[in-house]
Design a protein around this ligand. Sequence first.
Ligand code: OSB
Ligand code: MG
Length: 369
Amino acid sequence: MKIEQITLYRLRMNLRSPFETSFGRAVTRECILLEIASEGITGYGECVADADPGYSYETAGTAWHILRDFIAPVVLGQDLTGSDDFQQRVAFIRGHNMAKAGLEMALWDLAGKADGRSLRQLLGGIHDRVAVGVSVGIQASPEALVETVGGYLSQSYQRIKIKIKPGRDVAEAQAVRRAFPSTQLQVDANSAYTLETAQTLKPLDDLDLLLIEQPLDEDDLWDHSRLQPQFRTPLCLDESIVSLRHTRQALEMGACRIINIKAGRVGGLSQAVAIHDLCQARGIPVWCGGMLETGVGRAANLALASLPNFALPGDISATDRYYAEDITEQRFVLNNDSTISVPDAPGLGVTINRDALRRVTQERLTLER
Ligand code: OSB
Ligand code: MG
């Protein structure tokens, strides 16, 4: 695949409702859409870095810089054979996994379209629909949270994740558990605790949670390995898992019992599959995390989550949970068994709504050799 042109679109999309986590409150989501042209075919990818460095150090701004100044120059005009070839070319760039993953996704879309095969087929997915849940931001009060959760349950979501932060944790989880005794429930702290302050989370162990996601710092596998034995509930790492090596080390240390996989965080779908395979070999369940993706990234998440060891429901909700208007023609809807169907058209299986794209584009840059 000779890469002739790369276009970057910097997007700002209005969220249907504000999304509050331990690291901030968002009313819009920013990301970069990548469009690459090769021999008459166009591939799309989404770089999930957001406006602020709250979830990780990457932002849409740093990713724009890395894509324009370091990734595009080693890809433009080159005949790439696939994701391994691409990863070798960008291996000189330390970190910046979301920037790399955005371009890798566009290459997968291109490869699938060239071959007439869906991303699910290319990655080895085995399901045509995947179990999903919804990630619920911090609400005004435990009562408001119970009401919001009830709304999602009535839409047929069967798994609920609630965001927590110090002071907005145990009472919230207890209120949801009391109101919905048998719902699959989990919490996500986004690194808001220390080994010491996480002691206040002990009562969560009595709530029959599926998991506790990323309580401690993103660069701290060690303290997670000290915290996990203090809880019956499995810890799950999100931010801390930035590579296959981190995954192996986390498992060897006993830092968690479940892994959240996000292709952006680990540098691309190829790494995501490698992490899936390692966890499968070690009997560790994984699930697909989300970054409030547009339809482009959501299509990739669905294909990834169709692999066999994605044993827990993904943070892959229906389009209308996030956006009134998306940039893909396709809208993803929830089936009544809390699944979403995996696209089966070639590549990502989505087409871009050019009018919608124009409305959310803040900046656009075309690069050619
Ligand atoms: O920690 O999983 C997270 C959204 C943005 C950044 C980080 C996270 C999230 C979510 C939402 O929890 C998942 C989604 O529905 O896309
Ligand atoms: Mg998370």
